[in-house]
Design a protein around this ligand. Sequence first.
Ligand code: MN
Length: 132
Amino acid sequence: MTLLASESRMAGTILIVEDNDNNRILLRDILEFHGYKTMEASNGDDGVRMAKEPGLGLVLMDIQMPGKNGFEAIKELRGDPATKGLVIIALTSFAMKGDRERILAAGFDDYLAKPINTRKLPEIIKKYLPGT
Ligand code: MN
């Protein structure tokens, strides 16, 4: 299904860090449909470890998850020279006013609210991975 798209575009690999299986599968399906390669982690500890692998284009990271939560994970990744500049977008179901500011202040580049908007997701990825 995505063979042609991924062959014609050198899209950076996207790491999905999300503990909810349904959300993770949905994210993977949308991203692969748009030609991106993906990697997946289902908890914060694996997510942080995998985020440090070279060649990663972008990380989508849930906030509430087992192991390190999103705030703990971003703190560690921003403190590491290897991942300091990595694009990391928060995924969260928080809908309260002020959460966006809190998320950006923590070091995330952007914020995507859940439930995932299937049209908004590729738009935000394209903004941070231009030319993909
Ligand atoms: Mn979660």
